[in-house]
Design a protein around this ligand. Sequence first.
Ligand SMILES: Nc1ncnc2c1ncn2[C@@H]1O[C@H](COP(=O)(O)OP(=O)(O)OP(=O)(O)O)[C@@H](O)[C@H]1O
Length: 364
Amino acid sequence: MTDAARFVVFDKVRKTYPGGVHAVRDLDLEIARGEFVTFLGPSGSGKTTSLMMLAGFETPSAGDITLNGKALANVPPYRRNIGMVFQNYALFPHMTVAENIAFPLTVRRTPRAEIEAAVLGVLDLVQLSGMRDRRPAQLSGGQQQRVALARALVFNPPLVLMDEPLGALDRQLREHMQIEIKHIHARLGVTLVYVTHDQGEALTMSDRVAIFRDGRLEQVGSPLDVYERPGTSFVARFVGESNQFAGTIREVRGEACVVELDGGWTVPAMLAHAAGVGARTIVSVRPERIRLSASEGAPARVAELIYHGDHIRVRLGAESGQELFVKILSGAAPEWLRPEAILRAAWRGEDARALDPSPADAPR
Ligand SMILES: Nc1ncnc2c1ncn2[C@@H]1O[C@H](COP(=O)(O)OP(=O)(O)OP(=O)(O)O)[C@@H](O)[C@H]1O
């Protein structure tokens, strides 16, 4: 593997806090130069601790982290040349926008003319050129976050870390800033590691998503990979929504299989784990991949229709007692879709995953 592919390397990194909290356990991850990698996971899964060890604000209990081939163990945070953006902005209230942004260069004793040019450049990049003399209190939350972003970029760091940077913004502004950060990443070619617990954010922004669970990496892959080919039941539920049914594998043909669900349905799926006929499995299928019709599939009764504007959620109860959720685009809902209607539900084999049931929900 080339050095560019191993720009950031976590090698068996562990962090145990006093009191025996295993925040991060044996983290192995390689991040390529220029990549946008998101750490995604529920609260307490070890995302921030991993980021802080890379930044140098936490020390690993075991393992090594390297940046551009250089071990970071004895490098203090300010010598790592890493830009950082936090959720709470951490701006200096008494300084102007321009002074805040210039700060990393001022402490590096950069010549004044260079500072001036660099500040003008990043102010333009984050579209705040007209605000340079304001103080943080005179800015909106979104504008303050842009200042924080500019401050992290002004010294041209090869690596930028962001910890829930958009967490305090309302949804519309958040979505707007997601696209903007993505554009800035593409324009600068900087390597970006981004922490979030918002799966939508991770899917829209990243080249790769690293999914954390209980201090471990559960799966790493492109947004398409983790959504279309979740490796575990946890990933299928955490990234997007999923209907999950326990069953037994009855037929295997290459990667395709047929599963008899415990409720009696026999359904097609793609094998996501090494298993043969007779093995137990969990079939996961996305709510938008289930097709409802009058003629094809297993019979089910419409228990509830929930209107969400752009889509409708349909809660179905099968005769076997199983319950499933289906999502339908509002304009595409057939006229016969009514509460209490009896219809049929089916999916294509390639739209369902037969997952390993063993580690799925066992606490670790
Ligand atoms: N300074 C600390 N001392 C002791 N335990 C800590 C400390 N910081 C974090 N932890 C614990 O380590 C675990 C991982 O925390 P971490 O903040 O890395 O998770 P996270 O995935 O970033 O969560 P969140 O999304 O809530 O920030 C949690 O159980 C947390 O309580």
